[in-house]
Design a protein around this ligand. Structure first.
Ligand SMILES: [Zn+2]
Length: 502
């Protein structure tokens, strides 16, 4: 055999070295990891809530269009996404405690339980604890109280979601949270006497408490070792204002913080070399759906979308290191688009007549009752708040059936609560809500081509939207427990092949 020439051997050597170096370079290039993770949860936000909001905004923006024009929300243009099942160990119609635990910690449990197994013995470890151990900062924001089930699943472990005080104490005395904000605490001194004030515990554990718009908006990293920030103008149940009411307050010259304001401040505070994990909950979306108040629901969806936009803007500055995931925990209310009397038509423009949440309208009903208002006088306030009217020839003129239904509701609402007889029919019609308020919402929804089937949660699959590093983990059809693994994998905290959705 003819020996290889020295020149050929040299060329082969160069080729082999080049190939192996290239291979090494490929093998050694670190996999992209999400340094910044945003996890947005619209409580009760299923496909109907998102779709209705898109059609509502599209209709308002294009009132004269002869064809439907859906608007996009900040997250509906994300390129990755999927659909997840939400059942828990109790029910196909799960609650916020079990679903948030499943997404936070990757395991199923019973309704009402936060980060404990079905025997209420073994604790789960949420994604936030892993993120913290990996050096990231951890922030939690919610429009409801800070000790509510969904935020709690990201920092607490309790066999019962109603242990509000224990949840708050775990959050304030634990080591997971760098920042928490939005609503307040339900029972800061416990339900029994002589329990230590949660604000005192927070202070002892290094939290700086912010409670005014200016200092919350201007939050800087140097403002404190840890941050507890609560909106100063809380509404009922220690929650932030409903977005529809907040917009009215702002329109009337007042100031009120939005979920987007909180998100901006949280980012300013949490941003650091090691990155952060920020969970943001639009918690009142669920409450509005329980009350069958579609307009308030849609404004809550818009508020969440605005908060997501803040993260999208941040991601544009950090495109190779940010993951944004947006989803719901379950659907609430069995909302759908289309109603028996509107057939194939929708009249979403009608919904623009409502400018108040059910919670604030309830206050007007209380005043009506105290003043002994006649049905006709009450209808003037109904018209101002929902657009519904007895006057002939208007878009929202009540039919004879609707008038009778509303008058029944008015009659019940004018009775002191103790005197109301609630039978099967009343439970079906009013679901435990103020009869006049919930009936106004039902009639406006139905005239617009919307309807709810329930005052509780439903078992619908929930859409998941994802964008950025690791977004491919959220493609396809999966279970809510997979959210935990997909986020962990995106942060490089578990191997990529442990993710179910591919
Ligand atoms: Zn929920």
């Amino acid at each position: 055999m003819k020996p290889l020439s020295k020149k050929l051997i040299a060329m082969l050597l160069v080729l082999v070295m080049t190939l192996s170096l290239t291979g090494m370079a490929l093998a050694e290039e670190p996999a992209k990891e999400a340094k910044y993770v945003f996890f947005f949860i619209g409580d009760g936000m299923g496909s109907p809530q998102i779709t209705a909001t898109r059609y509502f905004l599209g209709t308002l923006a294009n009132p004269d269009s002869p064809f439907p024009v859906p608007a996009e929300l900040s997250f509906t243009t994300f390129k990755s996404g999927g659909l997840m099942t939400t059942y828990d160990s109790t029910s196909f119609c799960p609650d916020s405690a079990s679903t948030a635990s499943s997404m936070a910690s990757g395991e199923k449990t019973l309704s009402g339980v936060i980060n404990y197994d079905v025997n209420k013995e073994r604790q789960f470890k949420p994604v936030t604890e892993y993120a913290k151990e990996a050096g990231k900062k951890v922030g939690i924001l919610t429009s409801v109280s800070l000790d509510h089930a969904t935020p709690a699943a990201f920092y607490a472990k309790v066999p019962s979601r109603s242990s509000y005080y224990d949840i708050a104490v775990q959050g304030m005395s634990g080591t997971t949270l760098d920042l928490i904000g939005g609503g307040g605490f339900r029972y800061p001194t416990g339900r029994e006497k002589d329990q230590k004030d949660v604000f005192e515990i927070a202070k002892e554990n290094g939290f700086t408490f912010l409670n005014d718009n200016e200092s919350i908006r201007g939050l800087k990293p140097e403002d404190g070792e840890r941050i507890l920030m609560i909106a100063p103008d809380l509404a009922g149940s220690d929650a932030m204002q409903y977005e529809v009411d907040r917009l009215r307050i702002v329109e009337e010259g007042g100031d009120s913080l939005s979920l987007a304001d909180f998100t901006k401040s949280a980012i300013n505070y949490l941003d650091n070399e090691e990155g952060f994990f920020l969970m943001v909950e639009g918690g009142k979306l669920d409450w509005a759906c329980h009350a069958n108040d579609a307009v308030t629901t849609m404004y809550e969806t818009i508020a969440l979308s605005d908060a997501v936009q803040v993260a999208v803007d941040f991601a544009q500055e950090h495109p190779d290191e940010t993951l944004i995931v947006v989803t719901g925990d379950h659907e609430t209310g069995g909302l759908t688009i289309g109603f028996a009397t509107t057939w194939y038509n929708t009249y979403f423009g009608y919904l623009d007549n409502q400018n108040i949440s059910y919670e604030d309208f309830d206050k007007r009903v209380t005043k009506m009752r105290e003043e002994g208002l006649s049905f006709e006088d009450a209808m003037a306030i109904v018209k101002e708040s929902y657009g519904l009217t007895l006057e002939e020839g208007q878009d929202l003129t009540l039919t004879a059936t609707e008038t009778a239904t509303l008058k029944d509701a008015y009659t019940m609402s004018m009775l002191p609560k103790a005197q109301r007889v609630i039978g099967e029919k009343e439970s079906f019609m009013y679901g435990g809500y103020e009869p006049l308020t919930v009936t106004c919402a039902h009639i406006l929804n139905n005239k617009s081509g919307l309807a709810y089937t329930s005052y509780a949660h439903t078992g619908l699959q929930i859409p998941v939207y994802a964008q950025g590093v690791g977004a491919e983990n959220f493609l396809g059809f999966f279970d809510n427990t997979d959210i935990f693994f997909s986020m962990m994998s995106a942060m490089g905290l578990i191997p990529a092949d442990s993710v179910a959705a591919k």
